[in-house]
Structures are given as structure tokens and as C-alpha cells.
Design a protein around this ligand. Structure first.
Ligand SMILES: Nc1ncnc2c1ncn2[C@@H]1O[C@H](COP(=O)(O)OP(=O)(O)OP(=O)(O)O)[C@@H](O)[C@H]1O
Length: 561
């Protein structure tokens, strides 16, 4: 029997856990790991030390031991290990490589437990809910397993059932992990320059989200909506009547896994096109939707009979908020201009770097990277090489990339790997280029937006003297067109500015008319011409209404651009 498959080896694999026992198991892992690291460092510091090859072999052996121990510790640690497999900014590369191989090698749970969970969650027995239910799971992982079934309406579905007792196990394990995070934070050596508590909190948030199947269902719905205009992306429909936080019923959408290159070929599918689709789907998620699949291992993407991409598993999604996108914009501008200071500042604003007293080494590292890695054309770069460069710089620096960033990097590297497997000539950067250009254009729009705000401020200032406006507007346009902002001004922007100018002039005329009619109404009222005064008042009110509409329109267009 393969290691890790006997129930004896899985002390966590029961519904009633002993928290004391977990405490001992987990802390003995941590202390053994610390001892191994200490011994390793000690050997390395001897005069003459150990050879480079021996050092690498030891690190590898340690990494394999960590991976196997995490497997033995069960679902929480398998997931934490998988999360850490994206953190080359925190751990040595050998560890990260080994953690990336952390597969969910855990035994499936019994059909009786499946029956019990479904009845508890959906309030009915399996035969009352499903016409047919396959007792043998289609797939089993650390958090749950997937069974094929047929509804009474005849629709083929899959039912995702969560491993029993998972919530309790998470509660115990995460409580112990909190203590470990605190210990590391206060450790004179390990705590330096690392935000262990922050990393722990990030892990907690992701893990709790991942075991809420209602959240996964909502994510699937959002993801499907976001791809409404792209019929080459398929997302299984959620059957909400058969869903709860621990059971999720989805439309059965079978496909060939994106990494089964020969099977795809045999099915007559265009491998080159699939590689492009994979990259495009991710670029759309990141740049257009700001909502992306954060766990894109090849098992979660399949290809349908028509060559459509099918996405599974929406438990772990990343979001890029618009302010983060703005921060990324600044980073990108900084990279494009090779301006190390701007890049560092934007990374501080993004929370990617914790500012320290002496930022000199960080600035120098970033500048070095910009000067060297920007020499090659963008499309000749490989994502894996770029992320390796970034991580190399980040490792042992006061950097802490946000989880979103590391997820994006992992998604890109995974897709690049799969893309190259599908089509040896595939180049992720080549596919990304037009999207990056689009992003840059949007960025220019945003930078010009602040310029527009400046412009409207000037316009308001001069509105009292109405005559100054055209001259100042012309100056500003001239400035924009000369490229003083170091950006490309498109005729669209110019058009928008002119439209804005005419709107401002109309607004000023409206304001003058309102004042005129209000003054007339007051004079008429004082002179007892009541009906005429009411008439003038109504005209003033009507123009005021038009003015408000105009102001709202201006504000809307400000928000849009
Ligand atoms: N709607 C579906 N139609 C057909 N097959 C599906 C569907 N959903 C899931 N599967 C199959 O089940 C497998 C596991 O599904 P999913 O990834 O959602 O489960 P999981 O428990 O979150 O697994 P993991 O933790 O490994 O990501 C998928 O790789 C796919 O083969």
C-alpha cells in the first residue's frame, strides 16, 4: 500500500479529534523542522563547510520530508502547503518546488458518510433527491469528493460533498497554527522582516472561504456572468436547490483535462488554439474582470468536445480591487520607465513591501532588475523567468508580496507550462502583449483622468470670469498633446475634453439664466405681479433642473474615465 493510504497513518481522519494530540503532532513537526534547519545551517557554517552539491541535496531531502509530513498532518496542512507553494518570496526555492507537488493523496471517505452529510445538509435522503447516485466518487481530494448523479428532472449533475468533521479540524489546527505564527513572529531570527501573523491571517481567510460551498457556488455564478460574452468558456451551472455550505450540486460538464495533451490530440482538438484560449481566459479575468481563478492547476481546467475551456472548482478566487489595479498601474508605469523609485513607492502603496528605515538595498535591487531584465523585448521573456527574478529579489528582503500577486504569478507560470506542453512554440508574453497594451491605454486614461480633474478645477476657478476658460483649456490641451505627461494622448481624450468644455459653458449659461429669472421673479413679486413672478420662478426651476442633470452627467463621466 502506498505511504499515506492506511487509515492508521491518518490520525486526523476521524470525526472526533483530540486537540491535545493535534497539538503534540503539529508542534513536534515544527520543532523537528527547526532542528533540521539548525543542523543544516551549522554544517554549512563549518570552515570548509559542505560542498555546494551536498548542500542542495540536503535541502531537497528536507523539502521532501516536509511534503510527506504535511500529507500526514492532513487537510489543513495540505492546503497550507499548497498555499506556501506560491511563496518563493518567503521560502527557499527547493521547498517551494516540492510543495508544488503536494497532491491530495488522501483516502476517500465512505459512502455512508456521504449519505449522512447529504441528509444532514439537504434534509432528505439520497433516493428522494436523486434518480441515480454513483457511490464511487469521480474524484476525491483533501477537502471533499465529487460523485456523479442524475436529478429526477433527468439532468446529469455532480455532487461535491465535504469531508466530515472538516470544520472542527480546521478550528483546532488553525488555533494551533496561530500559536506557531506568534512564536515565529517573536523569534529573534525567524521573525525579522517577516509578517508571520499577516501570513497566518491570509491563510485562515482563504481556507475558511474554501470550505464554504455556498461561497464556491456564488463564485461560479459570478465567473460565468463575467464570461457571458465568450462562448468558448464553460462554467458548470449551480443547482441551488441542492446546495448548502457542505454540499454543492453542479451541472455535469465532462471534458479532457488541459494537461492530457495526447488525449486532446486524439480527440482532434486544436492544441495551439487551446493554449491561446487558456492564456486569454486568464488575461480577461485579471485585466477586465478583476476576479480570477486562483487555483488553476491543470486538474481544474478541461476542454469540451467543441474545444471550449471548462473551469472547475471556484473555492479559491482572487480579487483585484480597483485601487490595487491603480497601484499596479503605477508599478507598470514605473517598470516601463525603469524608474526604481516609482516602482518601490507603488509596491509600498500596494502593501507589497513593508517600509523600513533603510530602503536603499530594496531600491538598488529593484533598479538592478529593471536595468537588466527590461533589456530584452517584453515578448521574449518567460513568465517563469520573470517570477524567479522577482522572487530572488524578494527573498531575504523586507518584501511580502500580497497573496493576490503570488497567485497571479503562479497562474501565469502554470498556464505557461501547460501552454508549452500543448504547443512548444507557445509564448505567454506574446499573447499577453495586446492585453498589456490595452491595460496601458486604460492607465493612460486614468492618468489623464487626474488631469481632467485638474482641468475641471481650473474651469471652476475661471468660471467666474468666463473669458479665461478657452485660453486655459487650450493651454492644457496643448500640454497634453505635447506629451508633457509622458503619455500618448488619443484623439478620444481630446474629444472628451472638448465635450466637457462645451458642457461647462452651457452650465455657466444656465447658472446665469437661473440668477436672471430668480431676480426677475423677486422684483415682480415685490411689485405685486404675482402670476408673472410665479411664471418666472417656474422657468428658473426648470433651468435649475437642467443644470442638475448636466452636473450629474459631468460627474458620471468623471467617474467613468
Ligand atoms: N461540473 C463538473 N462536471 C464534470 N466533472 C467535474 C465537475 N466538477 C468537478 N468535476 C471533476 O471533479 C474533479 C474535482 O473537482 P473539484 O476540483 O471541484 O473538487 P475539489 O474537492 O475542490 O478538488 P481539489 O481540492 O483537488 O481542487 C475535477 O477535477 C473534475 O474532474
Amino acid at each position: 500500500m502506498e505511504k499515506g493510504y492506511s487509515d492508521k497513518a491518518y490520525r486526523w481522519n476521524r470525526e472526533n479529534y483530540s486537540s491535545r494530540r493535534r497539538f503534540v503532532d503539529i508542534w513536534s513537526f515544527v520543532l523537528t523542522l527547526m532542528f533540521k534547519l539548525w543542523r543544516y545551517n551549522k554544517a554549512w557554517s563549518y570552515p570548509g563547510g559542505i560542498t555546494e552539491a551536498k548542500q542542495a541535496a540536503r535541502r531537497k531531502a528536507q523539502a521532501i520530508w516536509i511534503r510527506n509530513t504535511l500529507l500526514d498532518l492532513g487537510p489543513t496542512f495540505i492546503k497550507v502547503g499548497q498555499l506556501f507553494s506560491t511563496r518563493a518570496d518567503i521560502f527557499p526555492v527547493e521547498y517551494v518546488e516540492e510543495l508544488a507537488k503536494l497532491q491530495d493523496r488522501v483516502p476517500a471517505f465512505s459512502y455512508e458518510q456521504v449519505e449522512k452529510t447529504i441528509e444532514q445538509e439537504l434534509g432528505k435522503k439520497i433516493p428522494e433527491l436523486f434518480q441515480n447516485f454513483d457511490p464511487i466518487p469521480l474524484a476525491a481530494a483533501s477537502l471533499g469528493q465529487v460523485h456523479k448523479a442524475v436529478l429526477y428532472s433527468g439532468e446529469a449533475v455532480v455532487v461535491k460533498v465535504q469531508r466530515p468533521g472538516l470544520k472542527k479540524l480546521f478550528e483546532i489546527d488553525l488555533q494551533i497554527l496561530k500559536g506557531i505564527a506568534r512564536y515565529f513572529q517573536n523569534h529573534p531570527k525567524w521573525g525579522k522582516g517577516r509578517d508571520w501573523i499577516g501570513i497566518y491571517e491570509e491563510c485562515c481567510r482563504i481556507l475558511w472561504e474554501e470550505i464554504d460551498y455556498l461561497n464556491e457556488g456564488r463564485n461560479a455564478d459570478t465567473f460565468r456572468r463575467n464570461f457571458r460574452g465568450h462562448d468558448w468558456v464553460k462554467v458548470p451551472r449551480v443547482y441551488w436547490r441542492y446546495a448548502s455550505s457542505r454540499v454543492l450540486t453542479l451541472e455535469y460538464v465532462p471534458g479532457i483535462k488541459i494537461s492530457q495533451y495526447e488525449a486532446l490530440e486524439a480527440a482532434g482538438l486544436d492544441r495551439k488554439l487551446i493554449a491561446r484560449y487558456g492564456a486569454q481566459a486568464y488575461l480577461i479575468q485579471l485585466l477586465n474582470n478583476g476576479f480570477f481563478h486562483a487555483d488553476p492547476h491543470p486538474g481544474n481546467i478541461a476542454v469540451g468536445p467543441n474545444g471550449d475551456l471548462i473551469f472547475y472548482d471556484f473555492g479559491m478566487m482572487g480579487r483585484i480591487k480597483s485601487n490595487v489595479r491603480e497601484g499596479l498601474m503605477q508599478t507598470l508605469f514605473g517598470i516601463a520607465q525603469k524608474d526604481g523609485d516609482r516602482v518601490v513607492q507603488s509596491l509600498i502603496d500596494l502593501g507589497a513591501i513593508a517600509p523600513v528605515d533603510d530602503m536603499g538595498p530594496v531600491r538598488r535591487s529593484v533598479q538592478y532588475m529593471l536595468d537588466n531584465f527590461m533589456d530584452k523585448p517584453f515578448e521574449n521573456q518567460s513568465v517563469a523567468a520573470i517570477s524567479d527574478d522577482l522572487y530572488e529579489i524578494a527573498y531575504n528582503q523586507p518584501f511580502r508580496f500580497p497573496a493576490t500577486f503570488t497567485f497571479v504569478m503562479r497562474a501565469f507560470s502554470t498556464l505557461e507550462g501547460v501552454g508549452k506542453g500543448l504547443d512548444p512554440e507557445f509564448n505567454f508574453m506574446e499573447v499577453a502583449k495586446p492585453y498589456a497594451m490595452q491595460l496601458m491605454t486604460n492607465m493612460n486614461g486614468a492618468e489623464s483622468n487626474s488631469f481632467l480633474n485638474e482641468l475641471s478645477r481650473q474651469a471652476v476657478q475661471v468660471s467666474t470670469t468666463a473669458f479665461g476658460l478657452p485660453r486655459r483649456l487650450e493651454d492644457t490641451l496643448e500640454k497634453l498633446e505635447r506629451g508633457d505627461m509622458r503619455m500618448r494622448v488619443r484623439s478620444l481624450e481630446t474629444e472628451r475634453l472638448l465635450r466637457r468644455q462645451s458642457n461647462i459653458q452651457i452650465g455657466i449659461s444656465y447658472a446665469l439664466l437661473i440668477s436672471g429669472f430668480t431676480l426677475s421673479a423677486t422684483i415682480l413679486l415685490v411689485n405685486k405681479f404675482v402670476w408673472l413672478a410665479v411664471f418666472a420662478g417656474l422657468i428658473a426651476a426648470a433651468i435649475a433642473f437642467l443644470l442638475i442633470r448636466l452636473l450629474l452627467r459631468l460627474e458620471r463621466s468623471d467617474r467613468m474615465y
